[in-house]
Design a protein around this ligand. Structure first.
Ligand code: FES
Length: 195
């Protein structure tokens, strides 16, 4: 019998060994593809996380970011209520010793204290803690003076003229009336505890 007479079904049927090799090959291809897909997914995930971490968490002017006030000549006087900035949760207080950015939340149990013009001090409506114009503790159950944000004062060219000392004390105003105040509402210094 010549090749031409071999039945087609018999000629095309692969041997069990060939079938096994084909299955192995398909399995290997599948595993390679799966591995490449996982690698691609991992690379995209790492890239996405890196981009997210590279982005600023808070935008300028938002609570948690940097709030800019200026020029310093626009500050309220030392004998009037501190400037109120509810959106960024701060009072900007101008005193003879310098300027202080006070966090609006009472250090007792977290209420929002308020300025009282008649008594010329801050009073918390929840349990009555009281604080001076510059945030110093006066009386009440609060364990410490008001918390402060870190301030940097810069000239028109971005040169730093003054910054908040480590204890959160007031920042003395420079002579330059055009200087601006940058307040980092993401960095808080706890108020001084009292006995
Ligand atoms: S929360 Fe302000 S005194 Fe209690």
């Amino acid at each position: 019998m010549t090749d031409a007479t071999v039945p087609a079904t018999q000629a095309e049927t692969p041997t069990p060994q060939a079938q096994q090799e084909k299955i192995e090959l398909n399995r290997r291809e599948f595993l390679n593809l799966a591995w490449l897909a996982s690698l691609g997914f991992l690379t995209l995930s790492i890239g996405g996380v890196a981009v997210l971490f590279g982005m600023p968490r808070f935008r300028e002017g938002e609570f948690g970011g940097t709030f800019t006030f200026g020029p310093v000549s626009d500050l309220p006087g030392t004998d009037v209520a501190p400037a109120n900035f509810p959106k960024v949760k701060l009072w900007l207080s101008n005193d003879p010793e310098g300027v202080t950015a006070l966090y609006k939340v009472c250090p007792h149990l977290g209420c929002l204290y308020a300025w009282n013009d008649q008594e010329f001090k801050f009073i918390c409506p929840c349990h009555g803690s009281q604080y001076e114009h510059d945030g110093d503790y006066i009386s009440g159950p609060a364990p410490r003076s008001l918390d402060k944000f870190v301030i940097t004062i810069e000239d028109e060219n971005g040169n730093v003229l003054a910054t908040t000392p480590e204890d959160g004390g007031p920042v003395r105003l420079p002579d330059n009336p055009n200087a601006i105040i940058r307040i980092d509402t993401g960095t808080k210094i706890l108020g001084e505890t009292h006995t």
